[in-house]
Design a protein around this ligand. Structure first.
Ligand code: GRF
Length: 211
């Protein structure tokens, strides 16, 4: 058609789950502002209404949802989160510092469509205190990994990682701060590649006949 209007490809819809600071959520969000980013964030949800990242998401115009898990059965809380995520139209879930174990029911509902970022070179150091453990072991490198979420903790297929050199005199805090920089690079890149592979795309530059 005259003017060369092109079909706007639908971007994959992502719900991000956080429990705190939300710096990885922010990295995903700001990466999504690029015109060619294949995903958009449609919801930021938390199990902690005080999570700092919720304020940033709201200020950036992203719908948010929070519901405290205290006193609730895991499956009931997960079902609530699932309902909100589905209502938002999300096709994928990105866990970004979500400090709550998820029920097998929830994980199975999102099987193959839920990613997590973990601050170690998986399969090393699953769980907590990854930087302390890397330092105690005398490792030359720490790092971060993005993986598919399965019912076992930090166990699913690793989709990408970045190695981060450990420096003489590193403290867990200093190392964590450097690994976080790598996390912010890794997560948007891996998520973008993941949804691009998973979402069928028409060939680039297909004219929009319907317009
Ligand atoms: C990150 O280190 C992430 O790898 C881990 O939890 C931390 C969350 O930090 N799963 P933030 O809330 O994204 O700043």
């Amino acid at each position: 058609m005259p003017g060369g209007r092109r079909r706007t490809l639908a971007r994959a819809k992502i719900a991000v789950l956080i429990s705190g600071r939300g710096s990885n959520m922010a990295a995903l969000l700001y990466a999504s502002r690029a015109a060619d980013c294949p995903y958009e964030i449609v919801l930021v949800a938390s199990n902690d209404p005080e999570a700092q990242g919720l304020h940033l998401a709201a200020a950036e115009g992203i719908p948010t949802f929070a519901y405290p898990h205290k006193g609730m059965e895991r499956t009931v809380h997960d079902a609530l989160m699932h309902a909100e995520i589905s209502k938002a139209g999300a096709e994928y879930v990105a866990l970004a510092g979500y400090m709550r174990l998820l029920s097998p029911e929830f994980v199975n509902r999102w099987a193959g469509r839920m990613l997590n970022i973990h601050p170690s070179l998986l399969p090393k150091y699953k769980g907590l205190h990854t930087h302390e453990r890397a330092l105690e072991a005398g490792d030359s490198h720490a790092g971060c990994s993005v993986h598919i979420v399965t019912p076992a903790l930090d166990d699913g297929k690793v989709l990408g990682h970045i190695r981060v050199a450990i420096l003489p005199g590193d403290t867990p805090e200093a190392l964590a701060a450097r690994v976080l920089i790598a996390e912010h690079q890794l997560y948007p890149r891996v998520l973008a590649a993941f949804v691009s592979r998973a979402t069928p795309q028409p060939p680039a530059g297909v004219p929009n006949d319907a317009a």
